[in-house]
Design a protein around this ligand. Structure first.
Ligand SMILES: Nc1ncnc2c1ncn2[C@@H]1O[C@H](COP(=O)(O)OP(=O)(O)OP(=O)(O)O)[C@@H](O)[C@H]1O
Ligand code: SF4
Ligand SMILES: [Mg+2]
Length: 339
């Protein structure tokens, strides 16, 4: 049975300007020990998806008109606040994009981690203190005994991020959601943190949702990938499938807009022109049509559903696999990419 199952999740925000369809029909499931990577441009709904699982979108304006999030046999969209509080941090932990939102400025960092450990793990104060120092050391904070006594504002941005990661990891959650966990960190620490997450996963069978702009991180860590565009999943498959044979023009464009990891020489990059659509007024037809390099007339009329193009590989595009492959090949030739 899946550890976490998200079915047709819709998270909308009712605002003065209209209803923001931040997440509009997203589905995925996650087994114990599995890692799902969520990628997509800024504003595509990645964090809102994560915050929906945690039930941390402010209500109002957030509404969940449809869908379910099944964890441990219960629908988190229908779970009481009290029960949700017990699940958060204990069964499902999240490392937030902005560390300041989850560290309380009036308590020392050590105090906060220790309390999180104590609440969830039934340890004595001194055992929890020992573990606090240990997790701070694990995430690469020098002098953890002293640092534990400091307040969040005394930490640099990168250190706050690490403290928060320490807090997320300290409770051995069943599901760990990491939202851009390492962006503020330098490369060495980033590698250490990712390694730590993998260790935790191997030891405890943690299911991980990794949200990041860093496709390198995704290709290294994730078993499968969900590409989001304008609040929807536009491609879902194993990591290898998405990286080596993307079947949605947006995912393909995303990969072509970044330096390739596998080519040593100069390869021309193909930036994605334009910006994502407003989530209140979506374009007619395919949401990606105003920017799609493979667009054809029908794309302005038909809104393609996410459908299986190959076994286990779903994409939202009206083109056939053959047409997509042909288009990719054509543009690659123009760019001088060897395929
Ligand atoms: N509380 C809110 N009220 C209204 N709109 C919101 C709220 N929270 C998020 N949104 C909107 O939902 C959309 C998706 O936001 P989200 O934070 O999920 O993007 P993201 O994919 O995480 O982007 P980034 O890569 O920049 O972190 C955005 O248009 C955002 O403005
Ligand atoms: S449906 Fe058309 S516009 Fe949308 S991704 Fe496919 S080719 Fe591009
Ligand atoms: Mg985000």
């Amino acid at each position: 049975m899946a550890m976490l199952e998200v079915n047709n999740l819709k998270t909308h925000f009712r605002t003065q300007d209209g209803v923001v369809k931040a997440v509009d029909g997203v589905s995925f499931s996650l087994e114990a020990g599995e890692t799902l990577g969520i990628v997509g441009e800024s504003g595509s709904g990645k964090s809102v998806t994560a915050l929906s699982i945690m039930q941390l979108n402010p209500k109002p304006p957030a509404e969940y008109p449809e869908g379910e999030i099944i964890f441990d046999g219960q629908d988190l969209l229908k779970t009481s606040d009290k029960r949700m509080q017990a699940i958060r941090g204990n069964d499902i932990a999240m490392i937030f994009q902005d560390p300041m939102t989850s560290l309380n400025p009036v308590f020392t960092v050590g105090n906060q981690i220790r309390e999180a450990i104590r609440i969830h793990q039934n340890l004595s104060k001194s055992e929890a203190q020992e573990k606090t120092v240990q997790v701070l050391r694990d995430v690469g904070i020098a002098n953890p005994e002293r640092r534990a006594k400091e307040y969040p504002h005394q930490f640099s941005g990168g250190m706050r991020q690490r403290a928060m990661i320490a807090m997320g990891l300290s409770c051995n959650p069943k599901v760990l959601i990491a939202d851009e966990p390492t962006t503020a960190l330098d490369v060495t620490i980033q590698a250490q943190i990712l390694e730590l997450m993998v260790d935790l996963q191997e030891k405890y069978g943690t299911a991980i949702i990794m949200i990041t702009h860093d496709l390198g991180v995704v290709s290294q860590l994730a078993d499968k990938v969900m590409v989001m565009y304008a609040g929807r999943a536009v491609e879902q498959a194993t990591t290898d499938e998405v990286f080596y044979d993307p079947l949605m023009p947006y995912s393909w464009s995303l990969l072509r807009s970044l330096p390739r990891l596998d080519t040593a020489g100069e390869v021309r990059l193909l930036p994605i022109e334009g910006t994502p659509p407003s989530l209140i007024f979506l374009p007619k037809g395919c949401n990606f049509s105003p920017r799609c390099p493979f667009v054809k007339d029908e794309c302005h009329e038909i809104d393609p559903a996410l459908e299986e193009k190959k076994p286990g590989h779903a994409a939202a595009c009206i083109l056939s696999v053959e047409e997509i492959e042909k288009n990719k090949h054509r543009v690659d030739e123009e760019l001088g990419v060897e395929t």
